[in-house]
Design a protein around this ligand. Structure first.
Ligand code: ATR
Length: 270
């Protein structure tokens, strides 16, 4: 029987994950089936149970199920424990469910691909929701000189930073306590979904700085436009999407796909 994988979300019809994983499978010669499944909002655990009963071996998990997926795991990677969320499920031979989160390592790999040096860099991360919590462990593991988390609700940024303080030089506060310049500014808020821009000081970027938006689209996001006007190089989150998928694929199949051609294909289709 062909090994089955899927992405769970709700809604899920616009997910690019089936296209990405099907391309990875063709490239690596793996025979898998990968589909998108809209899990019921009130029964994620049931959806995973049914999927595995029908031959499912693993899954990606997206909004709004990442925390529920975390809850049902028997074992978790260290980074998933830190994130409090999983985007990758794997059914072990013993029937146990293992959970990992590959978003943060996906972000770090995409930054590496763009030759952004994290070690010793001054980092600013905008936002303090689930998306940001999911990437802090791998960012801190890359040993930046400092990482400031800024959020509209300052208390959330302070609390988040204190959860990760044992891992590195991280602090948090409101947008009004941002004090640059920074070598890398990562937008992890959902503000750009609404076409909004967090209130940011004009002197945010050091020379040669990179602005990274975890969102992507056919056009540069409001944040990347703003950053470009202030001399920063802009990178959107499409590469992070492909890199997190590649890490999930590796967890499941033990093979590392070449992400560049898949990213190119997706970019053309935006
Ligand atoms: P996600 O899973 O995408 O992180 P979330 O947990 O709801 O979603 O978090 C959304 C983040 O975007 C939060 O940091 C939120 O700020 P608050 O904590 O103050 O709500 C931020 N955000 C959303 N809309 C925003 C806006 N218009 N301006 C600034 N920040 C915004």
């Amino acid at each position: 029987m062909t090994d089955r994988y899927c992405v769970f979300g709700n809604p899920i019809s616009h997910s690019k994950s089936p296209t990405i994983h099907t391309a990875f499978a063709e490239q690596t010669g793996e025979t898998i089936e990968y589909t998108a499944i809209a899990a019921p909002l009130d029964d994620f655990a049931g959806a995973w149970r049914r999927f595995t009963a029908e031959g499912g071996r693993g899954a990606n998990v997206t909004v709004p199920f990442k925390e529920e997926a975390f809850q049902l795991c028997d074992t978790l990677s260290r980074r998933a424990q830190r994130a409090g969320a999983v985007n990758t499920l794997l059914l072990g031979m013993n029937g146990q469910t293992y959970g990992d989160t590959t978003d943060g390592i996906g972000l770090v790999r995409d930054l590496e691909r763009h030759a952004v040096t994290l070690a010793g860099a001054r980092l600013l991360v905008l936002g303090a929701g689930g998306a940001v919590r999911g990437v802090l462990e791998p960012l801190l593991a890359a040993k930046p000189a400092s990482l400031f988390v800024a959020n509209r609700t300052a208390e959330k940024a302070e609390a988040l930073a204190s959860d990760f303080r044992d891992l590195g030089a991280i602090s948090g506060g409101g947008f009004d306590s941002i004090s640059g310049p920074f070598d890398l500014v990562i937008n992890g808020t959902s503000a750009s979904l609404a076409g909004d821009l967090p209130p940011l000081p004009d002197d945010l970027f050091a020379g040669g700085a990179t602005a990274y938006d975890m969102m992507y689209g056919a056009e540069p996001t409001v944040f990347l436009q703003w950053a470009g006007e202030r001399g920063a190089r802009g990178v959107d989150g499409l590469g992070m999407l492909v890199e997190q998928a590649a890490e999930s694929f590796f967890q499941w199949r033990g093979k590392r796909p070449d992400t560049a051609p898949v990213l190119e294909m997706l970019r053309r289709s935006l």
